[in-house]
Write a protein that binds this ligand. Structure first.
Ligand code: SF4
Ligand code: ZN
Ligand code: ZN
Length: 314
């Protein structure tokens, strides 16, 4: 198959776009489409400081690479979660993130849950009152708190994540199946900052996972291929496989599902900007100063307190 734009051999065929491209034109297409997304959803500008959440995986490193190539001012944040597993997941993924930043002379902030809370994510999970078999809820809470704190402390204007279209539709599918109205209302390519919550954006939200993977491989980005061991068997992975079957039968199903949802949102949730998060619903945590839906200490500070008191009792 030939490239749509030149006589070279195509390296990728995107059935949903009816577009086949060679290596050089594909890399340029990803750069152009990312820039279009940033503009379309008013994510950020070249004057702002952008904090990229990096896991050492293909999506976040590809995103950091693209933003750097497009001339945005970026720094990275890697959070060491203390997850080992067969492949020493956290140490391995940190090495990929560090190597990437060093090779490009980019600033990488490294946070470690052992320094912050005194324990790894698996240890925190086993000590907390929550479901001891699934660390993902606690991990998400710790990551959100840390990203917001680093963005505030180092004067970043926005933090960005490498979520791709497959991630977004898997979440959308789950939220629709369960009619999680609050989650549906919040799902967006960009969430503007409010009441101390940092602005967040997902510049890759319209790219299929295979497209970000192809970009990473063609750009020779080295990344950790293994998933976090706790991702195995998750609802998200199950939803992704169902959605892949639909996509296989009708190319473009995932993209259309996501874009039509974004189009319907203003009808489903009028006055969305004023709606969420409502300033009236937020308090300031008495310990860390971050916004919290409850009076007193925020969930993160209560978790830290719980874990530390249990460790003292051991
Ligand atoms: S799969 Fe769960 S534990 Fe692993 S990084 Fe993701 S949220 Fe954290
Ligand atoms: Zn070409
Ligand atoms: Zn707090």
């Amino acid at each position: 198959m030939k490239c749509r734009k030149c006589p070279s051999r195509a390296v990728i065929n995107m059935r949903q776009h009816k577009l086949a491209l060679c290596k050089d034109h594909y890399i340029q297409w990803i750069l152009d489409q990312t820039e279009k997304n940033i503009q379309k959803y008013k994510m950020f500008t070249k004057e702002e400081n952008i904090l990229v959440a990096v896991s050492g995986g293909k999506d976040s490193l590809a995103l950091w690479d693209v933003l750097d190539r497009l001339g945005y001012k970026t720094g990275g944040l890697y959070i060491h979660l203390g997850i080992s597993g067969e492949n020493d997941y956290s140490n391995q993924s940190m090495q990929f993130a560090t190597k990437f930043a060093n090779n490009r002379n980019l600033q990488l902030h490294i946070a470690n849950t052992v320094d912050m809370i005194g324990s790894t994510i698996p240890e925190i999970t086993s000590l907390s009152r929550r479901d001891k078999t699934k660390p993902c809820a606690i991990c998400g809470l710790v990551k959100r708190h840390t990203m917001n704190a680093i963005a505030n402390d180092f004067n970043y204007d926005v933090f960005v994540t490498g979520h791709n279209l497959d991630d977004e539709v898997a979440v959308l599918f789950n939220n629709t199946l369960n009619w999680q109205i609050d989650f549906l209302r919040r799902q967006s390519p960009v969430l503007h900052s409010k009441a101390g919550l940092q602005k967040k954006a997902k510049p890759f939200c319209r790219f299929y996972e295979r497209e970000t993977a192809a970009y990473a491989i063609l750009s020779e980005i080295e990344y950790i291929e293994d998933e976090c061991p706790f991702a195995v068997g998750s609802t998200t992975i199950h939803n992704k496989s169902i959605l892949n079957q639909l996509e296989h039968e009708h190319a473009g199903t995932k993209l259309s599902y996501y874009l039509k949802f974004l189009k319907a949102k203003p009808i489903l949730f009028p006055n969305i900007d004023e709606d969420f998060p409502s300033m009236d619903d937020l308090f300031v945590c008495s310990s860390c100063g971050q916004p919290s839906p409850k009076e007193g200490k925020c969930s993160y500070c209560r978790l830290v307190e719980e874990v530390q008191s249990k460790k003292l009792l051991r």
